[in-house]
Design a protein around this ligand. Structure first.
Ligand SMILES: [Zn+2]
Length: 308
């Protein structure tokens, strides 16, 4: 047992911690090299289990109640990036189970005929023979698997202009065009409004271009976060209170990112490292549990282990 888990175990004796789940896509994909998608059938199963075994509440409420005392097994659902499938497949299931969720939207991709850079790599480099391959599978049987891995690492740490140039070169050299696949589109402004309609789904900000914030100057970070907030507010006609750091690992953002989020008036912000939310957990660096395309049994096991 590591120190973090040992400390959590002690804390549990004094009160309830909460779990924030992190999803990305609810979809059937031909291939999923980054393991981002949960199928609608399995998401349905997860929500059914949550209804039986947890107290699902809006993220905002979970953070507010952190200090005054949470019910046991408190859970909030979050979905990152802003894919159209969040409206098409996730929302109907959230409605069926009356489960609130927060969707963090990358504003620069809304209504644009362009895929996220990691999907572009998938579209251009991989093909139908790669249905079973992903970055966790370890064996790169084909040269294109190693190429995908290597370019992925390069582009993740590139600046936005470098990344766009590299993708453009790749499109030209492989004659792949630049149009987004229907299955990999982000939300349009109309879909964004439809997603937020009814109040079950809250929309949060996730920057404009999905950069590694820590690699940017404090001023550029502020601008990425500020612009995404204002753009979403303009589309939605309501204030955006929540934020999620792109990639969200401890090295992907820094103190300037947290400062910008605080100065811009966000009431909470999510990271992407594992842990529970406790009364004294920083509301601007909330840990989350990354959820994969697990069957019901495995999902339930994870839930029981977190709350054990
Ligand atoms: Zn993201």
């Amino acid at each position: 047992m590591n120190i973090g888990r040992a400390v959590d175990a002690i804390r549990k004796k004094f009160g309830n911690g909460a779990l924030i789940l992190l999803y990305h896509r609810i979809a059937h994909l031909e291939r999923d090299p980054q393991l981002l998608a949960v199928t609608p059938e399995r998401f349905d199963e997860h929500l059914e289990i949550l209804r039986r075994k947890a107290n699902v509440m809006p993220l905002k409420e979970l953070v507010q109640k952190r200090d005054s005392g949470l019910p046991p097994r408190s859970v909030a659902i979050t979905i990152d990036d802003g894919y159209a499938d969040n409206l098409l497949f996730a929302k109907p299931l959230l409605e069926r189970h009356e489960s609130p969720a927060t969707v963090f939207v990358t504003s620069g991709f809304v209504g644009v005929d362009r895929e996220f850079w990691w999907d572009e790599l998938d579209r251009i480099l991989l093909n139908h023979q790669d249905a079973g391959w992903n970055v966790a599978s370890g064996n790169d049987d084909e040269p294109r698997h190693a190429e995908y891995r290597s370019l992925h690492a390069t582009l993740r740490s590139s600046t936005e202009p470098q990344r766009l140039q590299a993708l453009h070169d790749l499109q030209v050299r492989t004659n792949s065009g630049s149009s987004a696949r229907a299955t990999h589109r982000a939300l349009t402004p109309d879909q964004l409004r439809e997603l937020a309609e009814g109040g079950l789904v809250e929309v949060g900000a996730h920057t404009v271009t999905h950069p590694v914030l820590a690699s940017l100057s404090p001023a550029s970070q502020h601008q990425e976060i500020d612009t995404s907030k204002r753009k979403l507010e303009e589309w939605l006609g309501q204030t955006v209170h929540s934020f999620a750091y792109p990639y969200g690992g401890k090295r992907d953002y820094d103190k300037h990112s947290v400062e910008a989020v605080r100065n811009l008036g966000f009431s909470l912000a999510c990271s992407n490292f594992r842990g529970m939310a406790w009364p004294n957990t920083n509301r601007l660096e909330l840990p989350r549990a990354l959820i994969r395309n697990w069957g019901g049994e495995e999902f339930e096991r994870m839930l029981d282990a977190e709350f054990a």
